[in-house]
Design a protein around this ligand. Structure first.
Ligand code: GLU
Ligand code: ZN
Length: 297
């Protein structure tokens, strides 16, 4: 089996040193295994994606000395694939429409009987308001469109584990890197962990018809990615991805989560950290070798 890695940036801002680190790592790993390094443009957020940021991605990565096969996968061209997967999950009763806004969720999650709101990979863990409503009204056969859809994670976990027990194993994945709490090797997760630390995540966002979690899983499978190299900030989301892979009959790749490049104050770099943009270092005369050295590669 060919060893395949990928770099999957969103064209919503300049690539910075953190992206350079992730891309070079994924590239070098593939090269060292006689494999392939692929590029994917994660542009499902039409309100924030810009063609000039996409062009800049190609330009910065080529300048760094990376190359990848064409054609490049772009998520905006795969909406039909995402739609079909949503149909499938909907038909199995695993999705429900949710119209709560951020304020509704914060209010419901901090109701006195709930205690302090818990946070998962996508922010406050959804308290399940619409799931309960959905069960009380009768489910229609046609899928709700133009409305966000959430995954009923408990139902998904029960169907995968075949059990109701909170400590029933739902899935696992191989971590070749390291998670934020030093997780490495075989990472197993239970039904209780899914409901308590992840909750009902949105799989179809308003105006997108998909979500990061759903697209990334379908695309990694479509590209035959065997090793997902990405930042530790996405480690917690991996359990969602493994659940979706199992539900959709897709293989689970190996994961290699890496440390995040931080600024001098120890804060992780974000898109708005233009001060660390690769293009800025280029303009100041840095070489690709300088960039490698700056990120410790
Ligand atoms: N598109 C995501 C980002 O720019 C990365 C997705 C992934 O590596 O799974 O943060
Ligand atoms: Zn809701």
């Amino acid at each position: 089996m060919t060893f395949i890695t990928r770099f999957a940036p969103s064209p919503t801002g300049p690539l910075h040193l953190g992206h350079a680190y992730s891309a070079i790592l994924a590239h070098d790993l593939a090269v060292s295994r006689n494999g392939q390094f692929l590029l994917r443009i994660e542009d499902i957020d039409r309100s924030r994606s810009r063609p000039h940021w996409e062009d800049q991605i190609y330009d910065d990565l080529s300048w760094l000395g990376l190359s990848w096969p064409e054609p490049i996968m772009r998520q905006s061209e795969r909406l039909g694939v995402y739609d079909k997967a949503l149909d499938e999950l909907w038909a199995r009763g695993l999705l429900y429409p949710c119209t709560c806004n951020r304020k509704d969720i914060a209010a419901a999650a901090s109701a006195p009987q709930e205690g302090a709101p818990l946070h998962g990979p996508d922010g406050i863990i959804y308290p399940g308001t619409c799931r309960e409503k959905w069960r009380k009204t009768s489910a229609t056969d046609t899928r709700a469109r133009e409305i966000p859809l959430r995954l009923d994670i408990a139902a998904a976990g029960r169907s995968l584990s075949g059990s109701n027990h909170t400590d029933a194993k739902v899935g696992d994945f191989q971590e070749a890197g390291v998670g934020p709490n030093d997780e490495t090797g075989s990472v197993v997760f239970t039904l209780g962990e899914l409901t308590n630390t992840i909750g009902d995540v949105v799989l179809s966002r308003r105006d997108m018809g998909t979500s990061y979690h759903l697209s990334v899983v379908l695309d990694d499978a479509a590209q035959g990615v065997t090793h997902v190299v990405r930042g530790q900030d996405l480690f917690e989301a991996t359990r969602i991805h493994v659940v979706l892979q199992a539900l959709l009959g897709l293989p689970t790749p190996q994961y290699f989560h890496h440390l995040l490049i931080r600024d001098d104050a120890g804060k992780r770099l974000a898109k708005r950290d233009d001060a660390r943009a690769i293009s800025k270092y280029r303009a100041e005369g840095a070489t690709p070798a300088d960039i490698r050295e700056m990120v410790g590669l």
